[in-house]
Write a protein that binds this ligand. Structure first.
Ligand code: ATP
Ligand code: MG
Length: 405
């Protein structure tokens, strides 16, 4: 058969690479052994031991708090898997449900996800929140389920309807207690800060207040170990130099952010491939560092709706031309309106934009604060985390062009 000598696809396929399995670098990948978290896992084991009581199971609640990329999700998942394994051995009906509140950002969506995890027959729409809760109660009663429910990235809903959902879940246990069933819900909330506890009434808050697991930052040598564990799974043997690992660990140790450490080494690998270098050197890590930032997460930007993207674009553009550390809300909005004109979009109203600003701040994409003394009149000032505005603008433009209007 005639083979096109200039088949570019073939050429790309045969191009040498430092990777052997990139999927192992994905943030959702759960390593089989979580490093440096034995104390925390043991704490959780003791805390939730009662769930495995044969006849009279006990519920517990726990709040896991810690900075970005510090291993909160991985810890909950590792423990959830252990719990399910032990329950299976003892033939106990334990269910582990892990819900992300960034993507399921209302009580309704959360209850809907719980119901669907419990039964495949629950339709995706058509019920009210009350109806879904009663469906869940029926399913619990019927199967005597002991639920280990993790609400991850709880910050994203805490301000909006978070307290409501905690009450609804606590009420669920009260109802089941009065009925002849041993089914119940143990709740794990994962958040970056515990400030929302203040909004709960005393008795509910205290059911978490005494059980907060605060995760410590990883130091440089721990991060290097975490990187090494993943490098073994995802890179060809010997492809990543020790110096590169050490540099990535050093950069990420400022925040103790394991995710940032892994992202750095992944991108460094990409740069090495681009240069057709069979090794990943520190300089590839430096290149990676300038193209990613620990706080501005890609998936957060990807989850924004069109006008929030546009507003962020306005802010980024204003900063690009300004040497100031802060800009005023009015300046951001002016720039947003110009961007809307450019893209033929009808600009949103002021009150709506104000809401968007608060949401962008909640996602850590911007910071807002009231203007202090010395400024005339009261306004709100906006600042950007330490990101490359050029890079961010490029990314936003790409997203805006592909987001449906
Ligand atoms: N102790 C550890 N051992 C091995 N890998 C780890 C450890 N801690 C974190 N990681 C890895 O680091 C990455 C980030 O961890 P994870 O997603 O659990 O952090 P997080 O605290 O939930 O982050 P976020 O605040 O962004 O939700 C994951 O790929 C995870 O596998
Ligand atoms: Mg997480």
């Amino acid at each position: 058969m005639y083979m096109n000598r200039f088949n570019i696809l073939e050429e790309e396929l045969s191009r040498p690479s430092v990777f052997k399995d990139e999927s192992k670098l994905s943030i959702d990948y759960l390593p089989s052994k979580l490093l440096f978290r034995d104390v925390e896992l043991r704490f959780m084991a003791r805390h939730f031991l009662g769930m495995l009581n044969k006849t009279s199971p006990k519920t517990s609640n726990l709040l896991i708090v810690g900075g970005v990329g510090i291993g909160k999700t991985s810890l909950a998942k590792s423990f959830g898997n252990m719990l399910v394994e032990s329950a299976k051995k003892r033939q106990l009906p334990v269910k582990y449900i892990h819900i992300n509140c960034r993507t399921n950002n209302s009580s309704y969506l959360i209850f809907q996800s719980i119901a669907q995890e419990l039964s495949h027959h629950v339709p995706a729409r058509g019920y009210s929140t009350e109806e879904i809760i009663s469906v869940i109660n029926d399913l619990l009663k019927l199967n005597n389920y002991r639920i280990f429910l993790v609400l991850d990235e709880f910050d994203f809903i805490a301000m909006k309807s978070g307290t409501e959902i905690i009450y609804a879940l606590t009420r669920m246990n009260d109802i089941n207690k009065n009925q002849d069933t041993s089914s119940q819900v143990s709740l794990v909330l994962i958040a970056r800060s515990s400030s929302f506890l203040k909004r709960l009434d005393e008795s509910t808050a205290s059911s978490f207040g005494h059980s907060i697991l605060r995760l410590r930052k990883y130091n440089q040598s721990q991060l290097a170990e975490i990187i090494r564990q993943r490098v073994e799974l995802s890179f060809k043997e010997g492809a990543v130099t020790d110096e590169a690992i050490w540099l990535a660990a050093d950069i990420a140790s400022e925040l103790g952010d394991a995710r940032h450490a892994l992202e750095l080494i992944w991108y460094a690998g990409k740069y090495a491939d681009e240069e057709q270098s069979p090794f990943v050197f520190p300089d590839h890590v430096r290149q990676a560092k300038s193209s990613i930032h620990p706080v501005v997460r890609r998936e957060t930007i990807y989850s924004l709706s069109l006008h929030k993207l546009m507003l962020l674009l306005g802010i980024v553009r204003r900063f690009k031309h300004s040497k100031m550390a802060y800009i005023k809300t009015s300046e951001a909005i002016e720039e947003y309106r110009m961007a809307c004109e450019e893209f033929n979009l009808e600009a949103r109203k002021h009150t709506q934009l104000w809401q968007y600003l608060k949401e962008l701040a909640m996602f850590d994409l911007i910071q807002i604060k009231p203007s202090g003394k010395g400024q005339r009149g009261k306004t709100t000032l906006i600042s950007l985390p330490d990101v490359s505005t050029r890079q961010l603008e490029k990314e936003l433009l790409m997203l805006i062009q592909t987001t449906p209007k």
